[in-house]
Ligand binder design. Structure first.
Ligand code: 4AD
Ligand code: MG
Length: 463
């Protein structure tokens, strides 16, 4: 008797095997012939396996005929070829054990067809639904592709800190990390005295591991960091989270074009892997979530990404004749509506915008000779908008110090970062891909809160 997964039991190769299956009852149907069908799921795949439970089972009347949706069971039986349509196999039970019942009066997943909003409120139970199972498996596959892609190309995985004293993006969207008692903080000259705090100075949750990744790239060549990042940004949109996962490659001796080439190959690889390794879940997304999904993703894999300077994108948006919610002008940040117009309607493919106004982008991006723009790049994809933000880094010490002052940062606090430019400075570049936005893009799901297990957003940190 082998313990196997539902995924394995559904394969025709399993026919003839005596197996044990353990999982949760999706539905039970009693036949007039005196036996029952149990649809069993264990999360190993999208589909269920059909268990045929004969009336001869000793606990048939007492237990099997009362199995509820959501109950956990352990089932022994033999895998047989199924005469039914749409399934290769079924399992004929010789033993059914109820592990834990689920009271139909109170179990919230008793019925199908709940809204995403409702399921968000029971995030501890939604892993048992088809949609969240598919999302979880896709998210897992994307994470694996991320590691595979970089490992195969000789990148070193580095673990950058979660707690940091630097604001990488300079946007002031930091969560403070402190052990100071908020009701009785130590004070000096009327202000909270952070020299008395745990780290002896103000500390925060990281918004990006980039600055620390740069220290490894400027010594080890090609590296990537992949972990949670935090932004205390008051954005209540379907694309923003206060805690999200980001993968950030950083490469010495790369310029902006090398950076774009890598980003494009990376996205195409993630899509190819998902289509090849999660076909059942991708089909589910196509059928249930977004009818255009597979055509769109296949198109993205085949088409070269359109690359153009920010300035040209602004011209296109101005010439579009569209009534924008946020007006377009050179020097203004592009909003989601503009990004999506470019990718979805104008070019109908992913777009890499580069050379953004220096006032819009963080201090670390390399200045262009025009004095107005920096070597930034954003990758915009249909359905989501910005999925990657990156740049070539400013490797010239004086210019970098000037940029810090220009943005109100104190170079004194970044001496370690400036040392990379003082000693053996090299051209280098990198980018950050948001994991949840990638899951949105690959699944067609509409809200970022539904592609992370436990979303953290303004006003909400349940579970
Ligand atoms: O454009 P961002 O802010 O870039 C950086 O943090 C750089 N330090 C990356 C680098 O060059 N190493 O963020 C990168 C990506 C965005 O394109 C987006 O996909 C995602 O991270 N992202 C968010 N995802 C969810 N919620 C948020 N609040 C996000 N902010 C950024
Ligand atoms: Mg960005």
């Amino acid at each position: 008797m082998d313990k196997i997964t539902v995924s394995d039991a559904r394969r025709v190769e399993a026919v003839g095997r005596s197996v044990r299956l353990q999982g949760w009852v999706r539905t039970r149907r009693d036949s007039k012939g005196g036996f029952s069908f149990i649809e069993l799921n264990d999360g190993s795949c999208q589909g269920n396996v059909q268990v045929v439970a004969p009336g001869e089972l000793p606990n048939y009347e007492a237990v099997v005929k009362h199995l509820h949706t959501g109950a956990s069971v352990s089932i022994d039986g033999e895998v047989k070829a199924s005469p039914a349509k749409g399934q290769a196999t079924e399992v004929h039970a010789t033993h059914v054990e109820l592990l834990g019942d689920a009271d139909p009066e109170t179990y919230q997943l008793q019925k199908k067809g709940h809204s995403m909003e409702f399921l968000r409120g029971i995030a501890h139970l939604r892993p048992r639904t088809n949609t969240f199972g598919a999302v979880a498996r896709l998210r897992n596959q994307i994470s694996k592709s991320i590691h595979d892609f970089f490992q195969e190309r000789g990148f070193l995985y580095v673990h950058t800190p979660i707690i940091t004293a630097s604001d990488c993006e300079g946007a002031g969207e930091l969560f403070r990390v402190t052990t100071i008692d908020p009701d009785a903080p130590p004070k000096a000259e009327g202000k909270v005295d952070y020299t008395k705090d745990f780290f002896g100075k103000p500390a925060f949750l990281t918004v990006s591991g980039q600055l620390q990744a740069e220290t490894f790239a400027c010594g080890l060549g090609k590296v990537y960091t992949f972990g949670p990042t935090f932004r205390a940004e008051n954005s209540n949109t379907p694309r923003h989270l206060a805690e999200f996962w980001m993968v950030e490659p950083e490469m010495a001796f790369f310029d902006l074009t090398d950076n774009m080439d890598l980003a494009e190959a990376f996205i195409k690889r993630i899509i190819a892997d998902a289509l090849a390794r999660c076909p059942e879940d991708m089909k589910f997304f196509q059928e249930r979530i977004d009818k255009d999904l597979l055509t769109r993703l296949e198109g993205v894999m085949k088409t070269p990404f359109r690359r153009l300077p920010y300035t040209e994108a602004v011209d296109i948006l101005l010439a579009s004749g569209k009534a924008w919610e946020y007006p377009v002008a050179w020097g203004k940040d592009l909003q989601s509506e503009h990004e999506r117009y470019l990718a979805e309607q104008h070019f109908k493919c992913p777009v890499i915008l580069y050379d953004y106004p220096r006032t819009l982008k963080p201090f670390y991006m390399r200045c262009n000779d025009d004095g107005k723009t920096v070597r930034a790049m954003d990758v915009l994809v249909p359905g989501v908008g910005e999925i990657i933000g990156g740049s070539q880094r400013e490797e010239r010490l004086e210019i970098l110090e000037g940029r810090m002052r220009e943005q109100g940062l104190h170079p004194e606090g970044y001496q370690w970062y400036l040392d990379l430019r003082r000693y053996g400075t090299v051209p280098h570049a990198g980018f950050g891909l948001g994991l949840e936005r990638t899951v949105l893009f690959l699944s067609g799901m509409g809200n970022i809160r539904d592609v992370i297990p436990f979303p953290r957003t303004p006003g909400s940190a349940e579970f």
